[in-house]
Design a protein around this ligand. Structure first.
Ligand SMILES: Cc1cc2nc3c(=O)[nH]c(=O)nc-3n(C[C@H](O)[C@H](O)[C@H](O)COP(=O)(O)OP(=O)(O)OC[C@H]3O[C@@H](n4cnc5c(N)ncnc54)[C@H](O)[C@@H]3O)c2cc1C
Ligand code: SF4
Length: 509
């Protein structure tokens, strides 16, 4: 009996138990289908990176003598839909059973679980064996809690997996969280980090996707493609990050700078999300490096928190809230994306930098995503679904299970606070404190009214004034609403009027 084992582009886990032994009756199938490139418009680097990593994975399977069938985007046999391809493969190879690893995306999970009905065949799902937690784990953990806070989940994960714990089952160093030490701005020292990512010539794949008329956007120097596309490169990236940048990760985690675009971040999200590397090995290696390189605990804890805490928590939110999470719109925001989201052509220097960088690199670090681009989108009342699709398309690491809760929940507060305890918004003062963007901006971060006024300032107050019915009772916003109460009505009116000027001219600010 022949079994077809289907693999997706984000299931490149060579350590999966599927590959522990080699049954010649198993046929491993991977396909580059147009359906998967077109549900939103994607950055060219995202398409190239996924296809290149898939092709490498197939080559590795072949080298280990696994029997594989790989359909490239230009293969004339490729019908560009999972179902249509599976139909002819089942017939041609007399397949009696399909096995698949559970997709991380609700849409595909739904489709795959209907295979037996659609294809009249025996079907068996398997775990992807990638995450620390099951899909339901976060939901079960918060079962009877009104609010879901990452910090409690994270502490539990630390205890459960014995990560950064001392011999008395207490957190190493006495504190669970060194977040307060992670807020320095970067002023040119320590020296800017070097981009240690590998380089590849992906001209062939670029030509193929162009000939196939795949709809993409963004820039790519495809002869010098800088993302890891196999497991060895992913492991090497982890090592080089640990050796060079992890030491400063904690201090400068929230910093932004126009001369140092990735600061001391790891670039590991693409390797992690395609499963070329596992979260366990990243956490274990980082914990070991703490002693090996005498690294600061604030850096090591800060980095581990992102993976053991945030990444697993976000995934749990996704599975507890789907389907329908993408429709959340707590503030009923209806504005369309400004045109410059696609060009980076705005006078706001923080946004011009962050968006141009995203268009050029398919990457922005967390604070650029949250406190510059997401901050503006929320203050300007952009429709959450539109901003979600933009994030899903532009970032190389964007897969719905991790992108959607981060964008809709954390960044846009569109779920009304299931994920975040308050909206992540700020006026210009935060951006000015954490970056050098304001220094060369057309606008003045200190000015609130007039031609030179930074749009973040009036939009910030307009946002809280507009949504006072929904937000004024939030205890974490007490200071904001006390300030608003104390503001005289003329000042408030001026701010609201200023914000309306910007909103009316949003494509040109
Ligand atoms: C609006 C918004 C959208 C985002 N969309 C995505 C996305 O599509 N895909 C994605 O992987 N991350 C997303 N993030 C989280 C974070 O911005 C990226 O993981 C990070 O910038 C990737 O770069 P890095 O690998 O250099 O990360 P580092 O800063 O070096 O962090 C290390 C790792 O921690 C994990 N991590 C950090 N923060 C988060 C988080 N909030 N949620 C989940 N994992 C986290 C990532 O795996 C990351 O590789 C988003 C954040 C925001 C605010
Ligand atoms: S002044 Fe305002 S728009 Fe300009 S960089 Fe600073 S925060 Fe951004």
């Amino acid at each position: 009996m022949k079994t077809l084992r289907l693999l997706l582009g984000d299931q490149l886990n060579i350590n999966h138990s599927w590959f522990n032994d080699n049954d010649p009756n198993n046929l491993y199938v991977m396909m580059e289908v147009k359906d998967e490139t077109s549900y939103v418009k994607h950055h060219v680097q995202k398409i190239l990176g996924i296809f290149a990593a898939m092709r490498n994975f197939d080559a590795e399977l072949k080298q280990r003598n696994f029997s594989t069938l790989y359909l490239t985007i230009s293969d004339p046999q490729n019908k560009h839909s999972f179902i249509e391809n599976l139909r002819w493969i089942i017939k041609k190879y007399t397949i009696k059973k399909i096995e698949y690893q559970e997709p991380d995306e609700y849409r595909l999970d739904n489709l795959f679980s209907s295979f037996s009905k659609l294809l009249h065949i025996q079907v068996q799902p398997f775990s992807s064996e990638h995450f620390y937690t099951t899909r339901q784990c976060v939901m079960n953990f918060f079962e009877d809690k009104k609010q879901w806070r990452m910090e409690y989940f994270y502490r539990n994960m630390r205890k459960k997996h014995n990560v950064l714990m001392d011999n008395n089952s207490k957190p190493l160093g006495g504190k669970w969280n060194y977040d307060a030490d992670n807020r320095k701005s970067w002023k040119g020292k320590p020296d800017a980090s070097i981009d240690l990512r590998p380089s590849h010539n992906l001209e062939n794949i670029f030509n193929e996707i162009s000939q196939e008329k795949i709809n993409f956007f963004g820039k790519c120097d495809y002869k010098n493609f800088r993302w890891p596309i196999n497991r060895a490169e992913s492991l090497e990236l982890l090592e080089s990050f640990i050796r060079t940048n992890l030491i400063y990760f904690g201090d400068y985690q929230d910093a932004m700078h126009d001369k140092n675009w990735f600061l001391f971040h790891s670039f590991l999200s693409f390797a992690l999300n395609t499963k070329m590397i596992s979260p366990m090995e990243v956490v274990e290696r980082t914990e070991k490096a703490y002693e090996e390189y005498a690294l600061p605990l604030s850096s090591v804890e800060g980095f581990i928190r992102q993976i053991l805490g945030w990444r697993e928590y976000i995934r749990g939110i996704y599975w507890s809230a789907m389907p329908g999470y993408e429709k959340n719109n707590y503030f009923n925001h209806q504005r369309s994306l400004a045109k410059w989201f696609w060009s980076g052509n705005t006078n706001m220097n923080c946004l011009a930098n962050s968006i141009n960088q995203s268009l050029d690199q398919a990457y922005a670090h967390h604070i650029q995503r949250l406190m510059v681009i997401g901050n503006f989108a929320l203050l300007a009342g952009i429709k959450p679904e539109e901003i979600h699709q933009w994030y899903l398309g532009i970032y190389i690491d964007a897969f719905e299970w991790v992108e959607l809760p981060n964008t809709l929940g954390m960044s846009q507060f569109a779920d009304g606070g299931q994920l975040a305890s308050k909206p992540y918004v700020s006026s210009a003062s935060y951006i000015n404190k954490m970056s050098n963007y304001c220094k060369s901006c057309h606008y003045d971060s200190k000015v609130k009214i007039g031609d030179k006024a930074c749009p973040f300032n009036s939009l910030y107050w307009n946002f809280f004034e507009t949504h006072k019915d929904k937000l004024a009772t939030n205890q974490r916003l007490g200071i904001v609403y006390n300030q608003l109460k104390r503001m005289d009505s003329e000042q408030k009116k001026q701010l609201v009027d200023q914000s309306q000027i910007y909103l009316k001219n949003i494509d040109f600010i």
